[in-house]
Design a protein around this ligand. Sequence first.
Ligand code: NOJ
Ligand code: CA
Length: 592
Amino acid sequence: MTERSGPTGRSEHRRAVVERCRAMAPWWHSMTVYQVYPRSFMDSNGDGIGDLPGIVQRLDHLVDLGVDTLWVSPFFTSPQEDFGYDVSDYCDVAPEYGKLADADHLIEEAHRRGLRVLFDLVLNHTSHEHPWFVESRSSRDNPKADWYIWRDGRGPGGRKPPNNWRSVAEITSGWQWGEERQQWYLASFLPCQPDLNWRNDEVREEMFRSVRFWLERGVDGFRLDMFGDITKDPEFRDLNLRPTMVGGIPRIWDRSPIQNTDDNVELARELRAVCREFDDVGGPVGDGPGAADRERILIGEVFGSAEQLRRFLAGGDGLQLVFLFDFLTFRYDPKWVRARIEEFEQTFPWPAQPTYVLENHDRTRLLDRVGGDVAKARVLATLLLTLRGVPTVYQGQEIGQSNTFIPLADAKDPIVKTYFPWMPEAVNSRLKERLNRDEVRTPMQWDPSPTVGFTEPGVTTWLPVNEDRRTANVETQSADADSLLSLYKALFAARSQHRALHEGRLDLVPGTPKGTLAWVRSDGEERVLVAANLGRDAALVPTGGPASVLVATDRAVQLTNGSASLPAPSVWLPANSAVVLLLDGPDDSVGA
Ligand code: NOJ
Ligand code: CA
């Protein structure tokens, strides 16, 4: 291969090589994820609880929307104290969600439609009802005695916890007393979720067996719950009680010294190796692009700076993706957004991929974060689906479901019941970060009826239905070209039709007018300009040349082709609007 000399020649050469490699990028590079919370997605048998056959009934919604990958929150056998994040059998399905055959059927039906499927693996802890824990807690010398993290206590009779580690909820110790053993076990999240001891080889092997169990059944990968918390400090040293910020949330305790450890990165490598055993087996049977690509993927729920989290990729041998949660607590401010994009671009350069998330089953709905302003939610949807990185949409986000206020006294969420039953409602109702996760887990709204098409009429749903159902529902919004749902569909369609949007590079445009930001996605000759106005006033953003509109969040968005008073071709953006433009031909002067 000949290489032109000089810096320009070399960078052009590199660019050409990157372009060629992009053409061979793995399927997950252009993945778009839709998160289903099974208890609240669709109830197929009228018991008021969503289930696996229900998900199958509604799979076509994902196809209509235009996503290509389904992530299902846990549906494995569980006493449901944390609604499935407390597993008591990793290789079976909770009866209220169906049978093993229903999980197989879900994978099959998703693949038939060209959708990939990710399951949710809870590796950090099991339920306290898991037979392993029941055995482990029974004595100090049973065969599973070391499968969980047991320690002697401090002080007289060992009745003080072994160290000062707190639970994730921060206000109580992370240690729980085990009467039979007269010892403490670590439960980083809730007392009903004892942490597994991943330094025990039998635990590792047994958990890997469960991973293989689902890979054999054809699942395309996993979302990994609390992945950065799995391997603890082997010395169990006390930590400093030092206030800190994590993902935009103030914390009174700094967990970082025991999170995201090198051993945990090593675990990412081991899990990836397990997935690689299946690279040539089973997998998707759809005819969509990349159907031949069998790579199984891992996406970690991890917390820390982008720089810390990148380590989990282990130079291509670890997790393929890590969730970056900064946008769950976004500031609706172009400078803040720009800084995050720059950080993600620098930390996850191609062939790595950043990720973007605006909602999930744990955190306040997007619409509530923007004070109910749908125009702002539309701008953020445009960002989510046009930035370089894997986007995830949480069920109901696409129709603008808002938080359903549920008083603490009625909460089913164990976080509330365990840690905050004392919290006065007057305080709770004013908290910006909501404590009661029930508020974002109410039934998915398929139609405007009182049971929203989630279950049969007259059935009491496991959580109440939100009153916003009359407008925030799939049926009503499908018939309205200006609805949020129609916007999401248009954005997904543009993203999949234009390689520049799903695989292209991203360049932020310098010097755009106050309140705005813009970026160009490019792939070979194709160039797409995205401009967003997060400011209070309308703004004109230069396009650098002729362009055509692919998607606009507002009918008032307008292209101007240049005139005596406005010489540069530009796009006129009302306050809180965004546009996706296909640029005609190469031109480097965008935004100048
Ligand atoms: C994070 C999950 O997203 C959350 O829903 C769950 O309660 C905890 N991990 C514990 O597994
Ligand atoms: Ca049901």
